[in-house]
Ligand binder design. Structure first.
Ligand code: TXA
Ligand code: MG
Length: 315
């Protein structure tokens, strides 16, 4: 982990430096028109795991992927007519679309927290656009604040919250919109998942259809959609220090297994491997996946949260 966070100017040198850090798997906060985002290469499991570590998020909630254009968004998601309408009207801008993830989209499963949908957005901020062009790939970026704190709208806020925990911040001045993007779910009917920079009335006008409110239970989205790709068919037994008959063992640290989340006990590596290894062991057809104990600290909390759900949400 870095100890001094670089403050980069939004000039040619700063943009090139930010892109180089992303290519090397690092974290760089960037300005968008809504709030500053904490960006990482969305295809890099370890880099995405580090986002959760830097923010101290206790869960792997899904992240928004930022891309240069609607054409690049379509590399990663299915693209219904409704998406075309709102993208034409509001991209680039403070609107995020949740759409079905395309098979073989090439993104880290940590980005979607294993969900079959992906949140994508084309930001309008000129510095964000220049950074995406320079980097040339998809950037996963939640708001660049420690978990539970308010979203940053200036580079100095990011430094206060995450200084010493990330490689760099690109200074793009104050964010113009200052509230997060509106999140519109289009995987089923149009549903407002989070109010934000684009008013819902404007979305309804562009769609020519009403937008449903998020359901009263406050669920992320429709229950069918919530089911993770990575809820294993196998039963999951936690806290396993050895393999019982008929089990596949997912190891960690001193507990060797059929696969190990991290032989050295590195929690960032373990988070990066989590969905891949659960999937691989499930694919063997085993009835039970036993999982070694994971310490309840740092990223271990998010890993254990996900494993407890996998143990509960069988099928
Ligand atoms: O304005 C913004 O949207 C900022 C800038 C940086 O782009 N980003 C932002 O990210 O606010 P974050 O991580 O703080 O909030 C993302 C929200 C979360 O509430 C998350 O649950 C939701 O997006 N989300 C992400 N993927 C989703 C999905 N597949 N289905 C439903 N909700 C999703
Ligand atoms: Mg946030």
């Amino acid at each position: 982990m870095p100890n001094a966070t670089e403050l980069l100017q939004a000039d040619a040198r700063g943009l090139a430096r930010a892109a180089a850090i992303w290519r090397a798997g690092g974290l760089v906060a960037l300005p968008t028109e809504t709030v500053y985002g904490l960006g990482a290469d969305a295809r890099d499991d370890r880099a995405v795991a580090r986002i959760f570590e830097a923010k101290g998020r206790p869960r792997f909630n899904p992240l928004i992927v930022h891309v240069e254009s609607a054409a690049r968004a379509r590399d990663h998601v299915e693209w219904p007519e409704a998406a075309e309408r709102v993208a034409r009207a509001f991209w680039p801008g403070p609107l995020t679309l949740v759409l079905p993830l395309r098979a073989g989209a090439g993104l880290s499963p940590l980005v979607t927290a294993g969900l079959p949908t992906l949140a994508v957005r084309v930001p309008a901020h000129p510095v964000a656009r220049a950074l995406l062009a320079e980097f040339g790939g998809p950037l996963a970026a939640p708001s660049a604040n420690p978990s539970g704190r308010i979203s940053p709208t200036r580079a100095a806020h990011v430094m206060e919250g995450l200084g010493g925990r990330i490689e760099a911040v690109v200074d793009g001045g104050a964010c113009g919109v200052g509230v997060e993007s509106t999140i519109l779910g289009l995987a089923d009917g149009p549903v407002l998942l989070r109010p934000g920079g684009v008013p819902v009335e404007a979305l309804e006008a562009a769609l020519g259809a009403p937008v449903a409110a998020r359901d009263e239970a406050g669920a992320l989205s429709a229950p069918g959609q919530m089911r993770s790709h990575y809820a294993p068919a196998a039963r999951v037994r936690l806290g396993a220090t050895e393999r019982r008959a008929g089990e596949a063992l997912l190891g960690f640290g001193a507990v060797a297994g059929d696969l190990s989340l991290s032989e050295t006990g590195d929690l960032v590596e373990a988070a990066a491997n989590l969905f891949h290894h659960l999937h691989a062991l499930d694919a063997t057809g085993t009835e039970v996946i036993a999982v070694a104990p994971i310490p309840e600290r740092g990223l271990g909390r998010a890993i254990n949260d996900r494993l407890r759900r996998a143990a509960a949400e069988r099928g």
